[in-house]
Each structure stands twice: as structure tokens, then as C-alpha cells.
Design a protein around this ligand. Structure first.
Ligand code: HEM
Length: 199
């Protein structure tokens, strides 16, 4: 990837990040410390999480259909690397720019945001359940909270970049400005809602 393209993801990640209220989003310092404190525990979950993630996706026909024949080992490798990099930190601009890029990668393969969000839900529940089984209550709750905030923040980054990539692709194909599409979408939403409930 060229520097220019990478810079685009930094900018987009920053724009999306700034839309999230600080109380609601991931806290790189405090939450990062909690994750770092439990890094060994979380690393110990790697193989179970990677297997469970893909068992879940392969057991359901609409998500199974995303994958090509024989692709699973490669996808497991990507997820393992992503998970271990996440645990290693740091939670900096580069990390969040990469998460935004995942939105674009998913568009290319027809992975919907619904599928992605559901699997973040799955990851959140699994980590919380395993933490409650293994750690003292206070620590388990701290870890579950930090992981959940990361989940929602990364979901926001992936899904917003997904929409951005979609709009840009459409705009590019039709020789229009992506911003004009957003404006058009707002107007259309207004019209559709008026049709649904005429006053
Ligand atoms: C927790 C939710 C998810 C996360 C964090 C995630 C993360 C990632 C990451 C880090 C990559 C590699 C991006 C890169 O090239 O740097 C990737 C690629 C991919 N993901 Fe996901 N993913 C998620 C959900 C899903 C779901 C639900 C599916 C399928 C139903 C999926 C299918 C794929 C595929 C097929 C690729 C490879 C795309 C390509 O390179 O052609 N992902 N994902």
C-alpha cells in the first residue's frame, strides 16, 4: 500500500474516532493497561477463539458462502495474527487505521457489517465468559469492560469505513462526489419516512 493510501486510513480512522464520545469509546491508556495486564491470559485463549470463530462462520450457510474452497487455514492465520497484534498493543493511530482498512477488505469479499458485528458480539461474549471462569470477579469485569469497549470502537471503525468505501466506489463509477451521495441519501431517507407516515 502506498503512503498516500495509508494516510487516507489514518484520516478516516481519526474522523470516525472523533465522532465517538470519549466515555463510550475505547480508552487507549486505561483500557490498554487492563488488556496488557491480562495479555498472557488472553493469549492463552487464541487457539480456542480462532477455532470457535471459524466453526461459527462455517456452520451457517450465509457466512460459509463468503469463503473460497480451502481458504480456512489462511483466514485462521489472519485472525490469529490480528488477535495477537491486538493484544500486543499499542493502540495507536496505526492500529486504528488498520481496523478501518478491514472495512474495505470486507467490502471486496461481500462480508456484511451485520456478519462482522455479530462476530464481534461472539468474541465479546467468549472473552467475558472465559474471564469470569478464570479470574477474580473485579478483574474479570475490568477485562470484559475493556474488551467490550474495544469491540464497539473497532466495529464502528470497520462499519463506517465500509460505508465510506461503498459510497466512494459508487461515486467513482458514476463520476460523482461521495459527499453528494451522503446528501442524497439523507434527502431520500426524509422522503421515504414521509411516505411511511404521511401527515
Ligand atoms: C470480529 C469481526 C472481524 C474482524 C475483527 C475481522 C478482521 C479481519 C482482518 C484483520 C482481516 C485482514 C485485513 C488485512 O488484510 O489486513 C480480515 C479479512 C477477511 N475477513 Fe474479516 N474480520 C471479522 C469478521 C469477518 C466475518 C464475519 C467474515 C465472513 C463472514 C470475515 C471474512 C473475511 C475475509 C474473507 C477476509 C479476507 C479478505 C481478503 O483479503 O480478500 N471477517 N478480517
Amino acid at each position: 500500500m502506498t503512503d498516500k493510501n495509508l494516510a487516507r486510513f489514518y484520516t478516516i480512522a481519526q474522523e470516525i474516532w472523533s465522532q465517538l464520545p470519549p466515555q463510550a469509546r475505547f480508552r487507549p491508556v486505561e483500557d490498554g493497561k487492563v488488556l496488557a495486564r491480562h495479555r498472557a491470559f488472553l493469549e492463552g485463549l487464541t487457539e480456542d477463539l480462532v477455532r470457535g470463530f471459524y466453526d461459527t462462520l462455517f456452520a451457517h450457510p450465509p457466512t460459509r458462502a463468503v469463503f473460497r474452497e480451502g481458504e480456512r487455514p489462511l483466514r485462521e492465520k489472519t485472525l490469529r495474527e490480528w488477535y495477537l497484534r491486538t493484544l500486543a498493543g499499542p493502540f495507536n493511530g496505526q492500529y486504528f487505521a488498520w481496523q478501518a482498512l478491514v472495512g474495505l477488505v470486507h467490502v471486496r469479499r461481500g462480508v456484511t457489517n451485520a456478519m462482522m458485528a455479530a462476530m464481534w458480539g461472539w468474541l465479546t461474549e467468549e472473552v467475558a465468559r472465559r474471564a469470569r471462569e478464570a479470574l477474580p470477579q473485579g478483574e474479570a469485569e475490568a477485562l470484559a469492560g475493556a474488551w467490550r469497549r474495544l469491540a464497539f470502537t473497532v466495529t464502528a471503525l470497520i462499519s463506517e469505513e465500509y460505508l465510506d468505501a461503498y459510497l466512494e466506489a459508487l461515486a467513482e463509477a458514476l463520476g460523482k462526489e461521495p459527499q453528494a451521495f451522503r446528501h442524497l441519501a439523507q434527502q431520500e431517507a426524509e422522503r421515504l419516512l414521509r411516505e411511511l407516515s404521511p401527515r
